[in-house]
Design a protein around this ligand. Structure first.
Ligand code: ADP
Ligand code: ASP
Ligand code: MG
Length: 877
């Protein structure tokens, strides 16, 4: 831009009303994202103010560090603090592209903030108590540093920017942890501090999410400079609120909230894949959605601007040219009386009931008064028309206390039998159906409930919102996803015409398990897909096909120690490093960017991120059924190489399949049997073509196949087993193979396909581990292997003498499953099997005499990974 030519128009622009731009944490993942945000700001004309969140995940990490320190858990605190410090430095370096522009000061600020954090954590370790105030002080650095880095990046790009601390301009009335803004003080301070900057053409950059605590909690009685003030956070997601507060005070032309979604959608896209962008909605509708749990806007974000002519835009960070969603005072789209759905899970329903309630005045008022005193927020209320009960929902965690409170409040009424008691039902979700046009459209409620009953979903409670802007209802948490999809369909919200649908450009895979198979799979996946260079060169990778074909990304890997997460996809380099470190015994938590967590916590964390079309890939050999359920509930498809979830108690497997069906998710498991061989695919094709499978027989263990051929060739058993382990053919404990348990599991999975109704104990399994060695520790067992050699040599020779050979065979029908060692002669298809090859023979109505036989490699990380990849590709197309 020529400096002279723009001088006068700059001046004119400066007089124009300010635009406020907020960049959300989900978008600010790395240095490149900061540069992209800076470009967006540089691309706008006129005065601008910027609000930034902490980069992706930072708030969670800081809260986790504080909680761990206060719990006295010192392990890896220092390491994780260092990792975060390094992440900020890397972002700064990258965001400023090495140029000056305050980069040096900012680097010092980063170090100062982390040194301070280290001392804070050290004192928490001693104090073992974490107050809301301290917690706020700790997390505040996430946003503060983010804003400093942003200002430095904007300067480095040639813009004029100034970091303005939120404590100078945002005032609150407390409490810590979820403070309410003091509108009057904030209005005044924002105008005084930011106006002159904006008018001078400087972009103020303000950390979101935080403000000054109420006066009572200031360090000094009379509030001095911002430095002396204590910090309070505005509640999770509070940066949205910071942005509207600035918008209000500055009478902004508009407020833009840049997020990782194409706009405000008709429903949470992680739950309802059909969700669409709503082009425009009324501010009251958006406020209602936010208040009732839509995790896209802070619940109170729209309060400061309600009734003011300040439109808020939810804009896609990835596509700055797109229109996104306009939230304003206009009323459009009247064709759609219902515009969107939102859900809040983790709710409990309390019911106060009694025959005598009719005669007692003010029960409802007293109920809510009591809860208000406790500080519990009630989100749904319904009173039965007979007035014999009132019920309302509160967060799960507050239910017990609320019940005690009400029992105390109504002690006398209970004594007189006017009130029966207070009932608590937990594990529920509240859903809200929102639209301003509902008031004028009769029959909306009937349509909602018709859709739910057609989907077989039971409604626990109903409430028509007093605003007539929403109908809320309560269902079991487990049915919340299905309920939202049913209602979304019933109102045809996928046709709301909001431009493009939620385009799933990517399919995000989350790897559970980073052992040999996991690492192999990770490398195959990233090599052909995630490579940045590859992407630039237009390489499509494993999905092949059309240019716009869906792209598979590996975004996270989880092991027992923790996980790594990269929302844009792990690079081949990162995966190679992780795999190398892991092969040397390092954990994922200890890897660069790694976080400590249990797999449940990791999944919960990932579930909160906007993964695109996510898939959980279970390549562990663990008991993962609860995790698989958790993933399904979080809207993930699931691909299993792990046999356990499908080969445990029959009820468990059935529950899993029912959960997948209910949540509209796919559960694929081709790699559980025959590694990469198309066993289930073939079964499906036979069944679809009207054939009926009567019996499945097979050599299902590449490991045992390998061992038996090696032994038949004269190799000592111990040597053959050690080689199998080295090649990655065995389960982590080779006795899982030798005992036949692994083959038994595969046989059971196949049996259930045929309708076998038994339990794992109904599978007859012949073990190849001598009785005496079954209970030994793994190492003891391995050191005693040589004692088995002579026996195996004898068995092999005997078989050979009969012109036959030994095979470990599974035989599966609807009524009987048996696996064990068999002597097979040259007439059997299994006779000629080599090495680790698997073979499966389907006897069907059509293939009765000559079974349909599938043969191929059946063990080893590479072929198993290939089987998993097959399933993944089925889910991406
Ligand atoms: P920010 O980065 O600004 O903090 P958030 O992560 O708070 O953004 O909000 C965006 C996320 O909200 C999306 O990634 C999406 O998964 C989730 N979400 C839930 N409901 C909706 C909805 N109705 N419309 C858009 N996004 C939604
Ligand atoms: N970083 C804060 C959070 O994660 C605030 C925000 O993102 O708006 O809740
Ligand atoms: Mg947010």
């Amino acid at each position: 831009m020529g400096a002279n030519a723009t001088k006068s128009s700059d001046k004119a622009a400066a007089k124009r009303a300010v635009e406020v731009h907020k960049f959300g944490g989900a978008s600010l993942n790395d240095g490149a994202a900061f540069r992209h945000a800076v470009e967006i700001i540089r691309g706008r004309r006129g005065p601008r103010a910027v609000v930034v969140s902490a980069p992706t995940g930072v708030t969670d990490v800081l809260l986790g560090l504080a909680a761990r320190a206060a719990a006295g858990d010192e392990a890896e605190l220092a390491h994780d603090t260092e990792t975060l410090r390094r992440r900020y430095h890397a972002i700064l370096r990258d965001a400023t592209a090495g140029r000056q522009g305050g980069g040096k000061d900012t680097a010092a600020a980063i170090d100062e903030a982390f040194d301070e954090l280290s001392s804070l954590l050290a004192s928490l370790l001693i104090l073992k108590e974490l107050t809301a105030r301290t917690s706020d002080f700790i997390v505040a650095r996430g946003e503060r540093l983010s804003a400093r880095v942003f200002a430095a990046a904007l300067k480095a790009a040639g813009g004029r920017a100034r970091y303005v601390d939120a404590l100078e301009i945002i005032f609150t009335d407390g409490p810590f942890g979820g403070a309410s803004p003091n509108l009057m003080l904030t209005d005044m301070a924002v105008r005084k501090v930011l106006r002159p900057l904006c008018e001078a053409g400087t972009v103020p950059v303000v950390p979101g999410f935080i403000g000054a605590a109420d006066l009572e909690h200031q360090e000094k009685p009379s509030p001095g400079g911002a430095r002396q003030r204590s910090v309070a956070t505005l509640g999770r997601g509070g940066s949205d609120l910071t942005a509207t507060l600035l918008g209000r005070a500055l009478a902004a032309r508009e407020v833009s909230l840049w997020k990782d979604v194409p706009g405000l959608l008709t429903a949470d896209p992680r739950v309802v894949p059909d969700a669409r962008v709503i082009p425009q909605l009324h501010v009251r509708e958006a406020a209602e959605l936010a208040y009732f749990g839509a995790k896209v806007l802070h619940p109170r974000a729209l309060i400061p601007i309600t009734g003011r002519p300040i439109p808020v835009f939810v804009r896609p960070f990835a596509d700055p040219g797109a229109v996104g969603t306009e939230i304003s005072g206009r009323r459009t789209l009247d064709k759609y009386p219902v515009k969107a759905l939102s859900a809040a899970s983790g709710q409990a329903l309390l019911t106060v009931a009694g025959n005598g309630m009719l005669g007692v005045p003010g029960i409802a008022a007293r109920t809510f008064e009591a809860l208000h005193r406790q500080g519990t927020s009630v989100s749904l209320i319904s009173q039965s028309s007979s007035e014999q009960s009132i019920c309302f929902s509160v967060p799960d965690g507050a239910a017990g206390r609320a019940r005690e409170l009400l029992l105390a409040e109504f002690r006398e009424e209970a004594a007189r039998n006017e009130i029966d008691g207070v009932d608590v039902q937990a594990g529920l979700a509240t859903l809200a159906v929102v639209g301003i046009g509902m008031a004028g459209h009769p029959g909306i409620a009937a349509r909602v409930f018709g859709a739910l009953s057609a989907a077989g979903i039971n409604i626990v409670a109903i409430a028509q919102g007093s605003s007539e802007l929403n109908i809320s209802f309560v269902v079991k948490s487990a049915e919340a996803g299905a309920a939202q999809r049913a209602v979304h369909d019933a109102f045809q919200l996928s046709k709301i015409g909001g431009g493009a649908a939620q385009r799933a450009e990517h399919t995000d895979a989350v790897l559970l398990g980073f052992g040999q198979i996991g690492r192999t799979l990770a490398q195959i996946m990233t090599k052909s897909t995630n490579g940045r260079a590859g992407a630039k060169a237009g390489k499509i990778g494993v999905t092949g096909g059309a240019k716009n074909g869906a792209r598979l990304r590996l975004v996270a890997a989880i092991d027992r120690s923790g996980f790594v997460f990269e929302s844009g996809g792990l690079s081949p380099k990162a995966v190679a490093q992780l795999a190398g470190a892991k092969a040397q015994g390092r954990t994922l938590a200890a890897a660069p960017g790694g976080r400590r967590a249990t797999p449940e916590e990791a999944l919960a964390f990932l579930g909160q991120h906007a993964l695109s079309d996510p898939i959980l890939v279970d390549v562990t050999a663990d008991e993962t059924t609860p995790l698989v359920k958790q993933a399904l509930r979080a809207g993930m498809n699931v691909v299993l190489a792990n046999k356990r979830p499908l080969s445990g108690a029959r009820a468990e497997t059935e529950a899993l399949e029912a959960a997948a069906a209910r949540d509209g998710r796919r559960l694929l498991y081709e790699a559980t049997v025959g590694a990469g061989l198309p066993i289930f695919d073939t079964y499906r094709k036979l069944a679809e073509s009207g054939d009926r499978v009567l019996k499945i027989e097979g050599c299902l263990s590449g490991t045992l196949g390998f061992l038996l051929t090696e032994v038949a060739r004269g190799r000592p058993f111990s040597e053959a087993l050690r080689k199998a382990m080295a090649m990655g053919y065995t389960e982590p404990d080779p006795r899982d193979d030798l005992s036949g348990v692994d083959v038994g599991r595969k046989a059971l999975i196949l049996g259930r396909l045929l309708g076998f109704a038994g339990e794992p104990s109904d599978v007859a399994v012949e073990s190849l581990v001598p009785e005496a060695m079954r209970e030994l520790a793994r190492d003891e067992f391995l050191s005693g292997l040589e004692t088995l050699d002579a026996d195996w040599a004898r068995r092999a020779a005997a078989a050979k003498g009969k012109g036959a050979t030994l095979r470990y065979v599974a035989s599966v029908t609807k009524s009987k499953i048996a696996v064990g060692l068999r002597l097979v002669g040259p007439e059997s298809p299994f006779f000629g099997l080599k090495g680790t090859d698997n073979q499966v023979a389907f006897t069907t109505l059509r293939y009765r005499k000559n079974p349909l036989v599938i043969t191929g490699p059946g063990a080893g990380p590479a072929v198993t990974a290939a089987g998993v990849l097959n399933d993944l590709l089925r889910l991406t197309t």
